[in-house]
Ligand binder design. Structure first.
Ligand code: I22
Ligand code: ZN
Length: 197
């Protein structure tokens, strides 16, 4: 296949996955935004984590809250747990890579805070341990997953929300995760500061 056809095929695959995800995910994204707004109105903060591309997504989300999304508004409290290389390398070195997020959550997480846990497979051990730590700290979990939800799906409590992309392809799942994150940012801003249209 020539490269132009290949590019068109990738664009089409991304469009198709988003089309299939739209109706399935919309209610879960709305519910997740309400959980986040509720936490922010009650002095709570957002913690976020993921591996690889999902680490980038975790940071993308926190920077949109801390800085801005599409409009002028006050900074909102969020911490990406993927950025402190001294902390991450020392936890991985002294304990286990599986604990790099959970140890930070046990230190920083407060009841009423929200964990945005991102994994395309739902099976990354450090994300699973992060969810367990968040529950121990009485936090609510918003899980961005794919495939069959993996081990993460079965760990979630009734008050948590799973946004599971209906795809088995990592890159396509990541593309929808980013769209879901932008929806969350838009809904948070409009619920807290009014809709701008
Ligand atoms: O971005 C990509 C592939 O598109 C990779 O870096 C990917 O994020 C890594 O393989 C992750 O370790 C996968 O973890 P997960 O999504 O299964 O939790
Ligand atoms: Zn990628």
């Amino acid at each position: 296949m020539d490269m132009q056809s290949r590019i068109r095929q990738l664009f089409q695959a991304s469009i198709d996955t988003k089309q299939q995800a739209m109706d399935v995910l919309a209610p879960h994204i709305e519910q997740a935004s309400q959980i986040m707004v509720n936490a922010l109105l009650n002095e709570g903060k957002m913690l976020s984590c993921g591996n690889g591309g999902s680490a980038g997504d975790a940071q993308h989300f926190s920077s949109e809250l801390l800085n801005r999304f599409e409009r002028e508004r006050p900074s909102l409290p969020a911490i990406a747990l993927t950025t402190d290389s001294s902390t991450i390398t020392s936890i991985a070195n002294d304990y286990s890579y599986n604990e790099v997020f959970s140890k930070q959550i046990r230190a920083l997480g407060q009841p009423g805070d929200v964990l945005l846990a991102i994994s395309t497979s739902g099976n990354s051990a450090n994300i699973i341990q992060a969810i367990q730590a968040a529950h121990d700290r009485e936090m609510v979990v918003v899980a961005l997953t794919g495939r069959d939800g993996g081990g993460m799906a079965s760990l979630l409590l009734p008050e948590d929300v799973e946004i599971r992309v209906p795809s088995n392809v990592t890159a396509r799942i990541q593309e929808v995760h980013l769209l879901a994150i932008h929806c969350l940012c838009d809904l948070i801003d409009s619920q807290l500061f009014g809709s701008e249209e």
